[in-house]
Write a protein that binds this ligand. Structure first.
Ligand SMILES: [Zn+2]
Length: 132
């Protein structure tokens, strides 16, 4: 991979990293608000808790998923720094350029990834993902 391409991947990853950090932040903030919300016993009693608990679960899932992604993005940035970017971390083969374009933070070639179901191995979302 040439330097120009690598530089553009690098800035793409940095952008993604910023976005993920924001998403993690806002998910955690939402979580805190839900937990810290002063307990109004009467409103809790009149509203079945199920819905709130489900919302909380979804927020936890969002924040955990974003953190996993962040780890992958960080690792990819590190690989750019060490010159290992674009090499499969499992078999050492070259990761397909098209695959890197779709998933710039991937660490596995398509062969290794398909035998290795990683829930984070998804194309970069263009919009915030929806859960449920
Ligand atoms: Zn591989």
């Amino acid at each position: 991979m040439d330097k120009e391409k690598l530089a553009s991947v690098n800035s793409q990853l940095l952008e993604l990293r910023k976005r993920l950090l924001r998403e993690v932040d806002s998910a955690e903030e939402a979580l805190r608000e839900d937990i810290v919300k002063p307990g109004d016993i009467t409103s809790v009693a009149t509203h079945p808790a199920d819905q709130d608990v489900e919302g909380l679960d979804a927020q936890i899932a969002v924040s955990q998923n974003e953190e996993l992604l962040l780890d992958q993005v960080d690792a990819a940035l590190e690989r750019i720094g060490t010159g290992a970017y674009g090499a499969c971390q499992q078999c050492g083969g070259t990761i397909d350029a098209q695959r890197l374009e779709a998933i710039p933070y991937t660490s596995l070639c398509i062969d290794c990834a398909s035998g290795h179901q990683d829930p984070v191995e998804k194309p970069v979302p263009g919009e915030p993902r929806r859960f449920r």
